[in-house]
Design a binder for this molecule. Structure first.
Ligand SMILES: C[S@@+](CC[C@H](N)C(=O)[O-])C[C@H]1O[C@@H](n2cnc3c(N)ncnc32)[C@H](O)[C@@H]1O
Length: 175
């Protein structure tokens, strides 16, 4: 298929590296959108912990951007967009075969991030959303369910995948 890959929410670049390795085999690029500023994500989990606190704990005092840059520096097929995803849109000429949403877990952001990817996703392309079902981020499930309902005539298949810690992702294949 013609098109590139997009990841919204990269954090330390762990997923980005996997996507970039895969993309390189097929001569494709990975667009990455992340704000790279932990303090700007104050989403509060069900247990009362903020996303900011979670990021800080995993970063152990290091800069998110530096950790990400170190992890991804071997790749020349990554286009990093350091921006609040609310401010990002692509022209129609940018096509995606796969997009992964794992940025801010608030309803407005899930909707926004879906709308960054979906209009530019090719037929047969896949949109994935992490934390579709995860107690800590309860806004994701209703937001994604609403989007699925709104776009049901454009969706060929939906698959839920249960990963580690019982966190599930959802994959939507576009007609
Ligand atoms: C759960 S982490 C992503 C984990 C990553 N996908 C991985 O494979 O490890 C969420 C990321 O979303 C980013 N983020 C939060 N709010 C954002 C926003 N408004 N715009 C862009 N990125 C945002 C955070 O900076 C953080 O890196």
């Amino acid at each position: 298929m013609e098109g590139d890959i997009i990841e919204i929410g990269a954090f330390k670049g762990g997923g980005t590296v996997k996507l970039a390795k895969f993309a390189k085999k097929y001569g494709k690029k990975v667009y990455v959108i992340d704000i790279f500023e932990p303090s700007l994500d104050q989403t509060i989990s069900k247990s009362g912990v903020t996303a900011f606190e979670v990021y800080q704990a995993y970063l152990g005092g290091r800069s998110m951007l530096e950790v990400y840059q170190e992890a991804t520096r071997a790749f020349d097929n990554i286009i990093t967009i350091k921006e609040d995803s609310m401010n990002v849109r692509f022209g129609q000429q940018t096509r995606f075969i796969f997009g992964f949403i794992d940025g801010c877990h608030q309803q407005a952001y899930i909707e926004n991030d879906f709308n960054i990817i979906w209009p530019n996703l090719v037929s047969g392309g896949v949109l994935g959303c992490h934390d579709y079902q995860f107690d800590d981020w309860p806004e994701v499930t209703p937001a994604v369910d609403r989007l699925i309902d709104e776009h049901k005539s454009e969706i060929a298949e939906a698959h839920q995948i249960v990963g580690s810690y019982g966190i599930s992702s959802i994959l939507l294949i576009k007609k």
